[in-house]
Design a protein around this ligand. Structure first.
Ligand code: FAD
Length: 500
């Protein structure tokens, strides 16, 4: 367990302050350990433990997003063609994460890789003639890509019954079905991974201070950031002065960056959506569903609403999760305040916020529909995936809060809702923060590498050899280098024990 390592002296002048103990800060702490091990890095976490918000295993779906099964990365284009480009980018990013996690394991990060990553086949599933035509086109586009080698296609119900028996039992035999499957998929416990990375950083001298909420960030005349930290237990406040600050506060990033008056945050807003999942721990059901299966989002529904039925492996226990169902709460963090949303509305983002309310009618309709859903309607949605589902087997759990990014479209001046992540860099590269939640934890390493490149461009040439040693594909494309891809795949499979 990560522990608070002593109080922070008032006069502390660390090189780096990482705000928040989630997967993003943990990843950045690990990357600094590679490129600048001599730097004085400090983590402040407002909660009583690290990884208590979105990075906790039960607060996210644990999918190692590599675009193997998520259909939103491969929408049908003109004439039904599918462009694989976005899926290739996401897969490349996940390969970067796998390489870095392998590096940390090789360098002695404690714990077995099985504690945080497990092979679980990734399946995409559709119904109907249109769905089948789309699935064929998607398979054709992806199977030609080296990163998707081995992706299988099937529309024979008997074959699908071997892949996903729980989903095929009780299904109308006349229904047209189609699926792809990749056995290269994974389930990731991002909570455990975060803890292991921060424990490892702690062993290298990076203190992780718990119950310490960063209240304010202010630029000093000498360029350092005055970081005001409040002890959430004693109420005591102290100030540390850092050369560089990363606001890895998840849903808490937007308000902190607003308070820091970073000009780059102007015009940005956030819209919180909470996720709920149905969960079963029935060994009988789990034994008949050994995959993560993603379907298609309803027409007009946002990408985060894609329904999926996932095998989860958390702390040695197996379960199935189905969802997400959306909920609304104005909080930006699960442990946040009901005033988070109203307080985030500022004169500089008022236009974006109200613009979105006008333009994103599809999202509004989706949320209203979701909020009005009765338990019976939720069960009905589950039966699209598990025709014979018995509601007594399933409980509802509440996952993490996603704060979707609202930003001003420079072309129209109107607010637009974004479903990806947005790296905000301000103060001449001396402060950065991450907004948004998708593709999220899976691509944390790529997100933090981008941060290093944008905040420390002058140092990258000196850092490149160390980064290449930790991440052999750093700065290269695995798609264009079959030999490197084969080597990276073999290395990561062995080190992360993904061979079964
Ligand atoms: C429902 C749901 C499903 C998801 N599914 C997946 C998935 O399947 N695969 C995937 O890759 N990603 C998924 N994600 C996204 C992923 O969980 C997030 O992108 C990722 O966990 C974000 O990590 P983080 O470190 O930025 O934030 P967090 O994990 O939220 O960490 C932020 C930390 O900062 C702390 N904090 C906040 N404010 C302050 C402050 N002022 N001072 C000090 N500390 C502070 C918080 O307590 C928290 O511990 C999902 C997210 C949700 C909500």
């Amino acid at each position: 367990m990560t522990s608070q390592r002593g109080a922070v002296p008032d006069s502390a002048n660390p090189d780096v302050v990482l705000v928040g103990g989630g997967i993003m800060s943990a990843t950045l702490a690990a990357l600094f350990g590679v490129v600048a091990p001599q730097w004085d890095v400090v983590v402040f976490e407002s909660g009583a433990d690290v990884a208590g918000e979105s990075s906790d295993a039960w607060n996210n779906a644990g999918t190692g997003h590599a675009a193997l099964c998520e259909l939103n990365y491969t929408p049908a284009g003109p004439h039904g063609r599918v462009d694989p480009a976005k899926a290739v980018t996401i897969n490349e990013q996940f390969q970067v994460s796998r390489q870095f996690w392998s590096h940390l394991v090789r360098e002695g990060m404690t714990g077995s890789p099985k504690e945080f990553i497990t092979p679980v086949p990734h399946v995409s599933f559709v119904t109907g003639e249109d769905g089948r035509a789309y699935m064929r086109a998607r398979h054709e586009a992806l199977a030609a890509e080296p990163l998707f080698a081995g992706l299988e296609y099937a529309d024979d119900p008997a074959r699908l019954a071997e892949w996903i028996p729980l989903m095929m039992e009780g299904r109308d035999p006349r229904q047209v079905v189609a699926a792809t499957r990749s056995v290269a998929g994974t389930d990731v416990n991002f909570g455990t991974l975060t803890r292991l990375m921060l424990d490892d950083a702690g062993d290298r001298g990076v203190p992780v201070h718990l119950n310490q909420r960063v209240q304010h960030l202010e630029r000093d005349t000498d360029g350092r950031w005055r970081v005001t930290v409040e002890d959430t237990v004693s109420g005591e406040r102290r100030i540390v002065r850092a050369r560089f600050v990363f606001v890895g506060a998840g849903g808490g990033a937007l308000p902190l960056l607003q308070r820091a008056a970073v000009p780059e945050i102007r015009g940005f807003g956030g819209f919180p959506v909470s996720g709920k999942f149905l969960r079963t721990t029935s060994p009988e059901l789990v034994s008949r569903h050994q995959a993560k299966v993603y379907g298609q989002a309803a027409v007009g529904a946002p990408p985060m609403s894609v329904p999926h039925l996932d095998l989860r492996l958390i702390d040695g226990d197996h379960s199935l999760l189905f969802g997400p169902y959306a909920g609304f709460s104005p909080k930006f963090l699960k442990a946040g305040s009901m005033f988070d949303l109203p307080r985030s509305v500022r004169p500089n983002n008022l236009g974006s916020m109200f613009g979105v309310a006008r333009t994103e009618m599809a999202l509004t309709r989706y949320l209203v529909r979701e909020l009005l859903q009765t338990p019976a309607a939720r069960h009905q949605t589950l039966t699209h995936f598990v025709p014979d589902a018995d509601e007594n087997d399933w409980d509802m759990i509440t996952a993490g809060q996603r704060v979707q990014v609202i930003k001003r479209d420079p072309a129209t001046g109107r607010g637009v809702l974004q479903f990806g992540t947005e790296l905000i860099v301000g103060g001449d590269g001396s402060i950065a923060g991450l907004l948004g939640a998708s593709p999220g934890a899976s691509t944390a390493v790529s997100a933090m590498l981008t941060l290093l490149e944008r905040c420390f461009p002058d140092r990258i040439p000196a850092w490149r050899p160390a980064l290449r040693e930790a991440i052999p594909s750093y700065g290269r494309s695995l798609s264009d280098d079959p030999a490197l891809l084969a080597q990276v795949r073999a290395d990561t499979m062995q080190t992360l024990e993904l061979n079964g």
